[in-house]
Design a protein around this ligand. Sequence first.
Ligand code: ATP
Ligand code: MG
Ligand code: MG
Length: 167
Amino acid sequence: MSEGKSSRAFIGVGSNLNDPLQQVNNAIALLHELKDTRFLAASRLYCSRPLGPADQPDYVNAVVAVDTHLPPLALLDELQALETRQGRARTGQRWGPRVIDLDLLLYGEQTIATARLIVPHPGLHQRSFVLYPLYDIDPGLNIPGQGPLAELVARCKADDLEPLTSA
Ligand code: ATP
Ligand code: MG
Ligand code: MG
């Protein structure tokens, strides 16, 4: 990784098609190879009920932490390239089944609102499958505009969520 100051970013990983466990593990392996980026940690893997259309398989979810020199939009480009490489077609319905979803959850303490990128990710503060894995990695985290992660976790039911692996 190049010299100079990097930013801590958190990436949400999800899959509910074509062997989701394998897809998520594969994505985590590919995230180790992101350019100008150092892989720091992966959360436990979780099984979660689908959001949106209910007539689809359960998801496997995880969160990854990295330190990156990529600016936010360049990082999003890399994540979308990985989604495509892993076989995701961008044609399905919103929140429909997918082989892989890589969302940029947090980028340092930045708040970003552009046509292509919203950070913190808009669903983050109320999604159990994001909050609990984030908490695995960094329980002291503060979510810009939302407050301490620990408080968001305390307010978020996890009855739709099941850890698949131990820490
Ligand atoms: P959700 O964003 O509610 O989890 P999704 O992940 O299924 O839904 P996608 O189809 O993966 O949505 O992405 C739709 C668009 O969202 C992308 O083309 C991207 O430009 C935009 N987007 C905005 N903010 C983000 C972000 N923080 N991370 C990833 N994509 C984002
Ligand atoms: Mg998503
Ligand atoms: Mg997405």
